[in-house]
Write a protein that binds this ligand. Structure first.
Ligand code: FAD
Length: 462
């Protein structure tokens, strides 16, 4: 028996926090967890899950249009935003209940309160003022949308948090940002019939993705009717006499819209957390600095998930939690593996990706073989929709290892998940060639690109 109230106290009931608390508790540890808002965290309450539900909702207008080419007559249709928000709320409440139940079943003590550190072994619940000691503390408090307070009129804007619960669907929206959240919301709002403009300070959207995918998606979004303004920023947002908003931009004059949404990155939730009192070190962005085992500089305190600003994705937070459990409670030191993380952008069309972009691979390897296919998906033949799928394999010529795969097209996210296994297993291009195709699918293209489309030698296309 230790002198502490708990073996583990977890601050934050999101993806990483709930997983660490639930699994530690199921191992017989005395565990407490505190959540200041809703269990499930960003992913379940105002991130991945509601977003994907909104993506589905926004795809229906295209499905209705496409149906005509297959002989269907689609009658009058209308969309009810309030109904969608209510249905989404019902689903996330259900999921929140499951997260809570999982913790209850594992016999963790659940606190509905903000928690702050008092010292290296003590946590205070803000709601009641109670303090608890714990042998180990996990900080899994996630992040929050960057409010961009330097922007004049920022208080008139919304973030992704509010976008999920708007009272009414705006007629027009201006979204600032070029990351996946900005891009996904631009597609969602456009699909739901909102006149949508995306403004991004960089030259091309989605800066860390393969350039082919970025350009391909940009073109596809513009073809649908989304206005994309690159190399520009909003300088001021103000109220218009008609109740709408006016956004003054640096290079494109003023834009009049109903709503301005900022999607300019996320800040770690470390303010006022008592980290100084406990002596926990932060980096310049306010993220908690951790070692390879998610240990902070204070031996009893660990941090995982978005608050550490490593890779801000739900499966990564969960993986880091599982590695923490292995290391600290199963005597099996395990470092999180951040290599070859498959991921998707739920834009329309989707991007699915794993491994290095062509640009990154070119800077790392002397010679690359690039296999690239661009084609019209089968469904588009009868629907008549002008769209293309792009698939790209990046192969290190020296050992034939596939070091990157990038797909723009339907179900690209689903494909990326499976390709993640092949790249993780170290598959070579020959393994791809030796694999029988599944016909007729779009994915068969991945195993039937027999000769390189081009090579990159010493960074130059040849
Ligand atoms: P979170 O899930 O953010 O959980 C942290 C929790 O801590 C929150 O519930 C918060 O209320 C609570 N908290 C904060 N401070 C305190 C405190 N002092 N005391 C008590 N509780 C506190 N990832 C994907 O993998 N795929 C996607 O498609 C995807 N889409 C996204 C879409 C959007 C719009 C957003 C915003 C994010 C998306 N993400 C996606 C990212 C994903 O949601 C995060 O990476 C993930 O939730 C991180 O988990 P976490 O445990 O670190 O933090």
């Amino acid at each position: 028996m230790t002198a502490y109230d708990y073996d583990l106290f977890v601050i934050g009931g999101g993806s990483g926090g709930v997983r660490s608390a639930r699994v530690a508790s199921s191992l017989g540890k005395r565990v407490a967890i505190a959540e200041e808002y809703r269990y499930g965290g960003t992913c379940v309450i105002r991130g991945c899950v509601p977003k994907k539900l909104f993506v589905y909702a926004s795809q229906f207008p295209e499905h209705f249009e496409d149906a005509v080419g297959f002989g269907w007559t689609v009658g009058e249709r209308s969309f009810d935003w309030k109904k969608l928000v209510a249905a989404k709320d019902q689903e996330i409440t259900r999921l929140e209940g499951l997260y809570r139940k999982g913790l209850e079943n594992a016999k963790a003590d659940i606190y509905d309160s903000r928690a702050e550190l008092v010292d290296a072994h003590t946590v205070k619940l803000v709601k009641t003022g109670q303090t608890f000691t714990a042998e180990r503390i996990v900080i899994a408090v996630g992040g929050t949308p960057n409010e961009h307070k330097a922007l004049k009129g920022h208080e008139l804007t919304i973030s992704s948090n509010e976008a999920f619960d708007l009272e009414t669907l705006p007629r027009s929206i201006l979204i600032a940002g070029g990351g996946y959240i900005a891009v996904e919301f631009a597609n969602i709002f456009h699909g739901l019939g909102v006149e949508t403009t995306l403004i991004y300070r960089g030259k091309e959207i989605l800066s860390r993705f393969d350039l082919d995918m970025r350009r391909g998606l940009h073109e596809a979004m513009e073809a649908k009717g989304i206005r994309i303004i690159c190399s520009d920023v909003i300088e001021e947002v103000s109220k218009a006499p008609d109740g709408g908003l006016v956004a003054r931009t640096l290079n494109n004059g003023t834009l009049s819209v109903d709503t301005v949404m900022l999607a300019l990155g996320r800040d770690p939730n470390t303010k006022g957390l008592g980290l100084e009192a406990a002596g926990v070190a932060l980096d310049k962005r306010g993220a908690i600095v951790v070692d390879e085992y998610s240990r902070t500089n204070v031996p009893s305190i660990f941090a995982l998930g978005d608050v550490t600003d490593r890779v801000q994705l739900t499966p990564v937070a969960i993986h880091e939690a599982m590695c923490f459990i292995e290391t600290e409670f199963k005597n099996n030191p395990t470092k999180p593996d951040h290599d070859l993380i498959a991921t998707a952008v739920f834009s329309q069309p989707e991007i699915g990706t794993v491994g290095l972009s062509e640009e990154e691979a070119a800077s790392r390897y002397q010679e690359l073989e690039v296999y690239r296919a661009q084609f019209r998906p089968m469904k588009a033949t009868l629907s008549g929709r002008a769209e293309k799928t792009i698939m790209k394999l990046i192969v290190n010529a020296e050992d034939r290892k596939v070091v990157g795969v990038h797909i723009l097209g339907h179900e690209a996210g689903e494909m990326a998940q499976l390709l993640g296994i092949t790249l993780k297993a170290g598959c070579t291009k020959d393994d791809f060639d030796n694999t029988m195709a599944v016909h007729p699918t779009a994915a068969e293209e991945l195993v039937t690109m027999y000769s390189p489309s081009y090579r990159i030698r010493n960074g130059e296309r040849v």
